[in-house]
Structures are given as structure tokens and as C-alpha cells.
Ligand binder design. Structure first.
Ligand code: SF4
Length: 291
């Protein structure tokens, strides 16, 4: 029997297939005022499709974490990215597909977070990264600059990445669960995270990272669809969308509580091991740096 997670993933794939099959590119999405659900509308008629609600599962300490992988087509990267009237093959031209997706995000009004943002923050980094870091949401500086993790927490994250040979400019990609800043930096609401999740999935399909690192509770809970705390989720390797996955603390939390630096360093070494295991087996990331 299929799990609820698997059914949700299939449902999401059906929505994408409808886009491609029915519209030939003349498809547009909008959010109905006051109703945070996804509307798929054609010029002549419309049909409302609500995303499935978040699924909560309990995860005990020491258990492996897993979310059902996407379909074989998505995992292979053959999914095409939709962009304002034309399709680009993500496999043939991932950079163009990624930019087209970013443009779509910048014009998005699928959830109420569009109303107070200065600008949407699609993501930053390289195609085929060694790691895709997924945070929670843009903050004030990110909202201002249009790039994720550019404030103090972002600079701290860059230090973590640098400690294991990673950089957003060379071999990493950084994105968030939601692409627009929640007012007062509150947690994204479940319906906001659900509305934005397809963008994250499409980014993942386009850039095809080797590993995924969730930074913080909100990212880990939304990706793993669990209500478990970050203290229990961090440090446990598993899979997300068929990719090696690890969760750690958010850089902001570590800046507030220096005692978290040690577990973060342990997590970064584990991440390095996951990356190295993709190519040539386990690696030793060396002694802990002073971050
Ligand atoms: S948070 Fe995501 S779904 Fe909501 S308006 Fe921004 S881009 Fe669209």
C-alpha cells in the first residue's frame, strides 16, 4: 500500500504533467485573494487544485530519515522547466532553465508572502553542486539584496562551507523553503511552505546536487515532513528526493548559542563524508576549525 507521502509526491507530479500536457506553455498561476491555494487556470476555463497538506511523521532518535524519491523521470533530470510561454530542457540547458525558474519566482504571487516582500529570493550557486543547502526563508538583508544567506548568518554559513571545501561560488547551491520573506521573520506557515515547495523541487531537478543539507529546524521539518525537533533531526543521514541528506542547526541558532558549534562541525564532517562517498569513499575532513 502506498504511503501518504508517496501519494502526495505523485499528486504533485500530476500537476506538473497537467501543465505540460494541457497548456503548451500558455499556462498561468495565481493565488485567489484570501485563499492560499494553487490555482491552475487556462484562458477559457479554470480548475482549482489544492496542494496536499503537510504530512507529519514521528522520527525517533537513531532512525534513518527518508522521504520518497521523485519519479524516475525527475530523478534523471529529464523534467523540463516551464517558463512564461516556452519550455526549456533542464537537461540540455540547466543554466537557462534555472534562470527561467528564477524569473517565475520573482513574479510569483502564489501565497500571501508576495504581498510584503521587497523581492523574491530564488537561490544562488552553481549547477551540479556538491551540496544544495536549504534554509528556511529570506530575512531582511536577503529581501533587500535578492540573495539567500547574505546577512551575519549567511557569512557564518559560508565559513562552515569553506571549512569542508565548499563555496556558493564554486561548488554549492543555496536556497530556502520559501522564496519570500515572512513578516517579522516568523516561521513560514504550512500553506506558504506547501505553495513554494514546487519551486524548490524544480530547482533540485535542474541543478542535480550530489547532497542536500537542511539548515535549521524549519527546513528539516518541511523537507522531512515531520514535527520532530532539530536536536533530534540533525546529524542523521538519510535521503530526500533520492539524494543523500543531512540536517544541521541554522547558523543563526549557532551564533546565539556557541555550544552548538561542535555538533555543527560534526555534521559538516559527515556532510563531507557523504559528498566524498559519492566519488571515492569516505574522507577525513580533519581537525575542527575555529568557527
Ligand atoms: S513564498 Fe514562494 S509561493 Fe509564496 S509568493 Fe513567494 S515565491 Fe510564491
Amino acid at each position: 500500500m502506498k504511503t501518504l507521502n508517496e501519494i502526495c509526491t505523485e499528486y504533485q507530479n500530476i500537476v506538473y504533467d497537467l501543465e505540460e500536457a494541457l497548456t503548451g506553455g500558455n499556462f498561468r498561476r495565481h493565488r485567489e485573494p484570501g485563499k492560499p491555494k494553487i490555482i491552475l487556470e487556462r484562458p477559457s476555463h479554470s480548475a482549482a487544485i489544492e496542494r496536499p497538506h503537510q504530512v507529519k511523521t514521528q522520527t525517533g532518535e537513531g532512525q534513518s530519515l527518508a522521504v520518497p524519491p521523485a519519479s524516475a523521470e525527475r530523478a534523471s533530470g529529464s523534467r523540463r522547466a516551464f517558463t512564461g510561454g516556452s519550455f526549456l530542457s533542464a537537461a540540455a540547458n540547466p543554466a537557462a532553465a534555472l534562470e527561467a525558474l528564477a524569473e517565475e519566482v520573482r513574479g510569483c504571487s502564489l501565497c500571501p508572502l508576495c504581498e510584503k516582500r521587497k523581492q523574491a529570493v530564488p537561490g544562488v550557486g552553481v549547477i551540479n553542486p556538491l551540496v544544495m543547502v536549504i534554509g528556511e526563508a529570506p530575512g531582511a538583508e536577503e529581501d533587500q539584496k535578492g540573495e539567500p544567506f547574505v546577512g551575519p548568518a549567511g557569512r557564518y554559513l559560508d565559513k562552515w562551507l569553506e571549512a569542508v571545501g565548499l563555496s556558493r561560488h564554486v561548488n554549492a547551491y543555496i536556497a530556502n523553503i520559501v522564496k519570500c520573506r515572512p513578516p517579522e521573520n516568523r516561521d513560514p506557515a504550512p500553506e506558504e511552505a506547501a505553495a513554494c515547495m514546487p519551486y524548490l523541487l524544480r530547482q533540485t531537478q535542474i541543478i542535480r546536487p550530489k547532497t542536500v543539507l537542511a539548515a535549521g529546524r524549519v527546513a528539516a521539518q518541511n523537507l522531512l515532513q515531520t514535527g520532530e525537533g532539530i536536536g533530534r533531526l540533525r546529524g542523521q543521514s538519510g535521503t530526500w528526493q533520492g539524494l543523500p541528506f543531512l540536517a544541521t542547526y541554522h547558523p543563526s541558532a549557532v551564533l546565539r548559542d556557541p555550544q552548538l558549534r561542535r555538533p555543527v562541525w560534526d555534521d559538516m564532517k559527515k556532510l563531507k563524508g557523504l559528498i566524498d562517498a559519492q566519488d571515492a569513499g569516505q574522507a577525513d575532513a580533519g581537525a575542527a576549525p575555529d568557527f
